[in-house]
Design a protein around this ligand. Sequence first.
Ligand SMILES: Nc1nc2c(c(=O)[nH]1)N[C@H]1C(S)=C(S)[C@@H](COP(=O)(O)O)O[C@H]1N2
Ligand SMILES: [Mo]
Length: 321
Amino acid sequence: MHYHRRQGWELPENTATPEHLVMSRRSLLGGAAALGGGLLLGASSRPALAATQAETDAFHPYVRNPAYTLDRALTEEKVTSVYNNFYEYGTSKSISAAAQQLNVRPWVLKVDGMVEKPREIGIDDLMAAMPREERLYRFRCVEAWSMTIPWSGFPMKALVDYLKPLSSAKYVRMETFYDPKMAPGQRAPFYPWPYVEGVTIEEAANDLAFIVTGAYGKPLAKQFGAPLRLALPWKYGFKSIKSISKITFTDKRPVGLWEALQSSEYGFWANVNPEVSHPRWSQATENVLGTNTRVPTQLFNGYAEHVAGLYKGLEKERLWA
Ligand SMILES: Nc1nc2c(c(=O)[nH]1)N[C@H]1C(S)=C(S)[C@@H](COP(=O)(O)O)O[C@H]1N2
Ligand SMILES: [Mo]
């Protein structure tokens, strides 16, 4: 059993987590790799769309995209892999053992809504069709802890282009699986399962928006939200939905699980801003997991040059939490 000793800097969970509030109330390699996938999996022996997990696991490690630099060291896997938020497997951070119940094959991504062709795609076929690269990203939870992770996967833009939304679509709504037998947390009736999150089509097309299928040079561990999760490093962590099983293109702004539970604290945009406090704590600094140090939090989590332009003209919106 993993035993998590609370560090001095950690907020007690009953004050820090959104979840408890609620409980207490009652280019690169890309193109070439995609072609490679086609060659490997294509024409000859098997139908074009019949990749296997063994084949897509063997793609690792992905080649690192050097475009995204960090101001700090990577957080060690032994730290991040036992400190997770995944309410489907419990309300503490120590869910890594429970998350092993998650069954990641077969895994089908359902695509519907305002899209040329509604469809269902097997995860391995999708991975074989996508470009692939590794990126080092900062990650900032709304609870004021952070980590630095080597994710592998593909740009969300590649996925959106592949799925071909209609021009009427304004948002990408994403849903986590719903299977209370496989996820004990989903037996808690209080939460509006399944987990939902969403972004605008423009945000999805921003180069930073990244679909994750691996971390630390390997296929994604279950507790990180295997086999398919989002990484939006300029937004608070709850936007980065795990274990995605459905994507809906829509013209209605999606309401995420946390927003549905407590919209006064968790909104749609949820961009990181050290100057805008959470109603119950400051966002000025963050504790970098594994270091026992607080560092100042940066606007858009340090990614302003990539994303600030997305929000021009939206200043009247509640952009920050
Ligand atoms: N389906 C699902 N996705 C989720 C969550 C969750 O509970 N369920 N927690 C979110 C929150 S609050 C954070 S901080 C990150 C945590 O990601 P990590 O455990 O990989 O660090 O996942 C986000 N995505
Ligand atoms: Mo979070």
